[in-house]
Design a protein around this ligand. Structure first.
Ligand code: FAD
Ligand code: DHB
Length: 391
């Protein structure tokens, strides 16, 4: 079997890249080690930047999003129960975000991939890239006991943090940067109306909390918890009590309680692996970088990577120019590091850290009060939250 671009991983990065290449007439095959149901069922990100929304529109994938997605023109911060709003649309000169779950994005991407004849091979086991430093790379995998091989011009490693692609870059050429946080986010989904029509990011002395949503009838809430917390210790009633305490007395009366149908703990990590290219292998999304979820940048970064990579491959196959692929790693990393900074900073001012003393807590409260009172600080937050431009 032969293709132009072999893509490892059918998450948001891999599938959007496949759609971008298809739109440019470039042939691609996606290899995914899980089933479609598994990938579609993973509850993850909820907020799409303007750039992500624009890409879905450009690819003709936005019909359902236009109907069901919620455009948010602002977001809210809370300090010990006192809430203030950041008017993102006004502060950025018109940019907004879209609340539309990663699961919905994946469903739209899979459905139209099938209609457009984009090739995805599910349940591909032992996927291995080979010869990435040569002009003739290829991928091998196993399926139902048989060995398979796919020859290609380029390999895109879109296989997430635990994938195989990053490992194909020799260790001595890779530089990794990492910060592991001593807490996680305990999240629930429940079919109850949201407490507020916009998100609330709450700093509370008991720990961070986030009120989010998937629709006008489905809520998503998170509370900061120790990373080794046992889910069995968090029956729904305990979760609702805790989230109400942390969101504060203004919001708590509006929190509608109901049975959760999803409950999980996500660890928090900052991670970047440089460079994002080795020979004919290109990394995109979580395969190259992780952000803590505060600020909802993870999936959006995967999207900006593949926009750049799609352009680079498009130029190469169109005109033979290698300028785009040669510049890809530096171009993508420049934006990645800015999003890493924003996610790290937003985490640092909203969460309780074990080593924090009274002074450190006062610094957080002062910083949030500064944001509340300063248009300049609000512009900074808003322009990062809606997503920095692609450069
Ligand atoms: P992934 O979505 O990880 O996709 C990689 C794909 O590659 C997967 O389908 C995987 O099955 C496949 N794969 C892996 N290894 C192989 C292999 N060896 N061979 C073939 N296929 C392989 N972001 C937010 O903004 N907000 C959130 O609330 C949020 N919550 C999250 C919760 C969790 C538990 C996790 C893990 C992430 C969360 N994120 C969140 C981050 C966001 O979901 C990711 O940034 C986004 O999914 C990245 O997309 P990706 O395509 O790069 O990687
Ligand atoms: C959601 C997740 C985030 O990380 C975030 O910053 C906002 C919302 C969510 O899952 O709804």
């Amino acid at each position: 079997m032969r293709t132009q671009v072999a893509i490892i991983g059918a998450g948001p990065a891999g599938l959007l890249l496949a759609h971008l290449l298809h739109a440019q007439g470039v042939d691609a095959v996606v290899l995914e080690n899980r089933t479609r149901d598994y990938v579609e069922g993973r509850v993850r990100a909820g907020v799409l930047e303007q750039i992500t929304v624009n890409l879905m529109e450009k690819l003709g994938l936005n019909q359902r999003m236009r109907r069901e997605g919620l455009v948010h023109t602002g977001t809210n911060l809370a300090i010990d129960g006192e809430i203030f709003r950041i008017d993102m649309e006004e502060l950025t000169g018109g940019s907004t975000v879209m609340v539309y779950g990663q699961q919905e994005v994946m469903r739209d991407l899979f459905e139209s991939a099938a209609e457009r004849g984009i090739k995805i091979i599910f349940e591909a086991k032992d996927v291995q890239p080979h010869g990435v430093e040569t002009a003739r790379p290829y991928i091998t995998w196993r399926q139902e006991g048989a060995e398979h091989r796919l020859d290609c011009d380029f390999i895109a490693g879109c296989d997430g943090y635990h994938g195989v692609a990053r490992g194909a870059i020799p260790a001595h050429l890779l530089k990794t940067y990492e910060r592991v946080y001593p807490f996680g986010w305990l999240g629930i989904l429940a079919d109850v109306p949201p407490a507020n029509h916009e998100l609330i990011y709450a700093n509370h002395e008991r720990g961070f909390a986030l009120a989010s949503m998937r629709s006008s009838t489905r809520s998503r809430y998170y509370v900061q918890c120790p990373v080794d917390e046992n889910l069995d210790d968090w029956p729904d009633e305990r979760f609702w009590d805790e989230v109400c305490l942390r969101l504060g007395p203004e919001v708590a009366p509006h929190v509608v309680r109901g049975p959760s149908f999803e409950k999980s703990i996500a660890p928090l990590r900052s991670f970047v692996s440089e460079p994002m290219r080795f020979g004919r292998l290109f990394l995109a999304g979580d395969a190259a970088h992780i952000v803590p979820p505060t600020g909802a940048k993870g999936m959006n970064l995967a999207v900006s990577d593949v926009i750049m990579l799609g352009e680079a491959f498009g130029d190469y196959f169109d005109s033979g120019s290698t300028a785009g692929i040669d510049h890809y790693s530096a171009r993508a990393l420049a934006r990645v590091w800015k999003a890493e900074r924003f996610s790290w900073w937003f985490t640092s001012i909203t969460h309780q850290f074990p080593e924090m003393d009274g002074f450190a807590r006062k610094m957080q409260v002062a910083e949030l009060n500064y944001i509340r009172g300063s248009r300049a600080a609000q512009v900074t937050l808003a322009e990062n939250y809606v997503g920095l431009p692609l450069q």
